[in-house]
Write a protein that binds this ligand. Structure first.
Ligand code: HEC
Ligand code: HEC
Ligand code: HEC
Ligand code: HEC
Length: 400
């Protein structure tokens, strides 16, 4: 109706220009489609952050799922992809992680998940059977899997592949690869390339006409690439943002359940088993207390004395990856093994800093090795203790 009214006055040039201005965005949006690509890559088995400090508190699959679920309407239409290297190593715990990760992908309904170097490191058949059981849409160069997947949404014909030979004419081509940024010059024609090389790209870069992004290491952030697609199915423009996954994001309950099961299975790896050697070679704080009671009392006021409780509160009191820094000598023969078998070696005790003290017990003139900054750095690493500053931290644990 409005258009017709203007038609009669179109001889007035000014109105014609006005009409063009009003209608042109309408015409343009009729031709353009918007598509969000939600992507991860090089998550390396990080199911959730350790929570050692606030700075290392971002990420995790339960929050990722919660975010996507809570914003599905505003993100639509979208495709959700992982560019690979989502697993850790092929160890008993690494296998449990891989299963939990694939379970989470399945719950989040990933559109495509690539197998890269880390996944190739697993013994043949292990991941394949999980992928089948959980129906995860895997793409890989490996002939056991599909080379590519086609998705048709909102009139956009998409090809997602992990195989560089599988470019398909006339479609929106997305390549998932763990090549480094410096190794992309031979690739041509791809509309979007998503890396799982572990490199951090703050913003997308354009290489040979392709829009290149890279999954944030350890899944600390979710990448969101918004594409404008023209009527030829090609990218005419794009925007990008990182979605941080901090504490304020509501976790998805089903994915949290997967993580709980994972924790229980990890605990099962050591439960009811005897330590490899029956004897502890560390004395434990109660022995030291027989002669150094005042030191024990000051130590008890430091957070080191509650390090095991911190794990317990997070359901991680049997997780080897946490125990190595939150107990005495975990992983060494004669060190902490489990809370059932070696309760006297829980927490960050005296011998973590002063060294094994058995000889000193029988002859206290036997000197103990000096405590240095390197002693602390074994546990106060960049990622677990980003604010570590030797003099400042030393002051906080002083005991005399
Ligand atoms: C490399 C050593 C290391 C590993 C591995 C480690 N932690 Fe920690 N953790 C630390 C250190 C160091 C701190 C204290 C950091 C600080 O305050 O600077 C800490 C602190 C914590 C805290 C206390 C946070 C607070 O503010 O009260 C929790 C909880 C915690 N870690 C949980 C875990 C869990 C769960 C794991 C395993 C998934 C884990 N840690 C693995 C070294 C480690
Ligand atoms: C039987 C009593 C006794 C016990 C048990 C004992 N100490 Fe000592 N410790 C001493 C005495 C006495 C000294 C002072 C020796 C000296 O000055 O020659 C000492 C000195 C030290 C020193 C400072 C000297 C040095 O060599 O660095 C440290 C540190 C120390 N003890 C740590 C420990 C730890 C850790 C434990 C538990 C594993 C422990 N002690 C158990 C009696 C004991
Ligand atoms: C065996 C691992 C380990 C070693 C070695 C270690 N720490 Fe820690 N430290 C921890 C853990 C784990 C925590 C966190 C405990 C918790 O709250 O659960 C911690 C917490 C602390 C805190 C409390 C941080 C805060 O902000 O309140 C200080 C301070 C600290 N350590 C200082 C030191 C210093 C100094 C050294 C070396 C002389 C040292 N630590 C050696 C594991 C270690
Ligand atoms: C986080 C590391 C850490 C822990 C845990 C720790 N100490 Fe120490 N301790 C030190 C440092 C650092 C010093 C002072 C520097 C030095 O003399 O090596 C020290 C000094 C001492 C001294 C005095 C040494 C002297 O020359 O006067 C004794 C004794 C001692 N500690 C015993 C203990 C006992 C007992 C415990 C357990 C209850 C304990 N320490 C836990 C790091 C630690």
């Amino acid at each position: 109706m409005i258009v017709r009214t203007y038609k009669y006055t179109c001889h007035a040039v000014r109105i014609c220009i006005y009409l063009l201005m009003v209608l042109s965005p309408v015409i343009a949006s009729g031709e353009e489609n918007e598509l969000n690509i939600l992507y991860t890559g090089s998550v390396s088995g990080e199911l959730e952050p350790c929570g050692c400090t606030r700075k290392s508190e971002s990420g995790g699959v339960a929050r990722r799922a919660g975010y996507i679920d809570g914003h599905a309407n505003e993100l639509s239409p979208f495709v959700l992809v992982d560019a690979g290297n989502f697993t850790d190593k092929d160890t008993p715990q690494g296998r449990l992680k891989a299963e939990a990760m694939l379970n989470a992908f399945s719950l989040m309904q990933y559109d495509a998940v690539a197998f890269m170097n880390n996944e190739k490191g697993f013994s043949p058949g292990f991941l394949e059977s999980l992928v089948k059981k959980l129906s995860v849409p895997v793409v890989a160069e490996d002939p056991l899997f599909r080379r590519s997947l086609s998705i048709r949404g909102k009139g956009i014909d998409i090809n997602i592949t992990a195989d560089e030979r599988d470019y398909q004419e006339g479609r929106l081509n997305i390549l998932l690869t763990d090549r480094p940024l410096s190794g992309l010059s031979s690739l041509k024609g791809w509309d979007v390339i998503i890396l799982s090389s572990g490199e951090i790209l703050d913003k997308p870069v354009k290489i040979n006409g392709s829009v290149v992004v890279s999954g944030y290491p350890e899944g600390k952030k979710l990448g969101i690439l918004t594409l404008q697609i023209n009527n030829k199915g090609k990218v005419s423009d794009f925007e990008h943002r990182w979605q941080t996954l901090d504490k304020d994001i509501m976790e998805d309950k089903d994915v949290r359940r997967v993580l709980k099961e994972y924790d229980m299975m990890v605990a099962g790896l050591s439960d009811n088993k005897k330590p490899p050697s029956g004897k502890t070679t560390y004395a434990g704080v109660s022995e030291c207390g027989k002669c150094h009671q005042p030191f024990v009392e000051t130590w008890q006021r430091t957070r080191h004395a509650n390090a095991f409780l911190s794990l317990k509160q997070r359901g991680k009191s049997s997780d080897p990856e946490c125990l190595k820094c939150h107990t005495v000598g975990f992983g060494e023969e004669g060190g902490f093994y489990s809370i059932a078998t070696t309760p006297e070696l829980a927490d960050v005790q005296c011998e973590v800093c002063h060294g094994q003290g058995r000889d000193h017990l029988s002859d206290y003139s036997t000197p103990l090795p000096p405590v240095t900054e390197a002693t602390c750095r074994k546990c106060h690493t960049k990622s677990n203790s980003p604010d570590f500053n030797y003099p400042v931290y030393l002051e906080k644990i002083k005991h005399e």
